[in-house]
Design a protein around this ligand. Structure first.
Ligand SMILES: O=C(O)CCC(=O)C(=O)O
Length: 173
């Protein structure tokens, strides 16, 4: 697999960008479909998702099962805390390292941690969140690699929750 991703000619990857207030996003289809499918199959064979307490989150003091499968990999000793759980970074599996290497070639950043989310079906999801945990270094961009079926990725300005002309109280009736 690593060889397959190494074949990608990074100079030929076409990037697009969105720059808005509070948003600085570059995106591309960097992994051609055939390679992406092979990589997905390899990940399916290799990854084992967290179970037990590591597959639950705490929201407003209540424990809920995660509405997706999750596992984390990274350099030794790294942990990541969010929504009331602390997940340990397991040692990098080969196909995940191949993605890390590709990101290094594309962006010159050697990532030290990844949280893998698997959405088993259309009901699995990720809730609104800000990725502002203290472990995340704001100097480095978050990289997101999406494999499998097409899914909707929604980006919202943090102020959309504030009161404003588009937010009105609706009386009952
Ligand atoms: O699965 C995705 O692409 C979203 C992941 C995400 O937003 C996160 O893990 O913080």
């Amino acid at each position: 697999m690593a060889d397959k991703l190494k074949e990608i000619e990074i100079d030929k990857v076409t990037w697009k960008s969105i720059r808005e207030d509070g948003l600085d996003l570059d995106y591309a289809v960097a992994i051609p479909r055939e390679k992406a499918n092979i990589l997905y199959g390899e990940l399916e064979k290799t990854l084992q998702y967290f179970t037990g307490d590591l597959s639950k989150i705490k929201v407003f003091g209540k424990i809920h099962p995660l509405p997706r499968q999750q596992v984390a990999y990274g350099d030794p000793g790294i942990t990541y805390t969010y929504s009331g759980i602390t997940v340990p970074a397991l040692p990098w599996p080969t196909p995940v390292l191949a993605i890390r290497d590709l990101l290094f070639k594309l962006k010159g950043i050697l990532y030290d941690f990844v949280l893998v989310n698997k959405y088993r079906n259309g009901n699995d999801h990720m809730g609104e969140h800000r990725d502002n945990e203290p472990e995340l270094d704001p100097k480095y961009p978050i990289a997101s690699v999406s494999l499998g079926q097409e899914r909707v990725f929604v980006l919202k300005h943090k102020d959309t929750r504030k009161p404003g002309p588009n937010r009105k109280q609706i009386p009952p009736g």
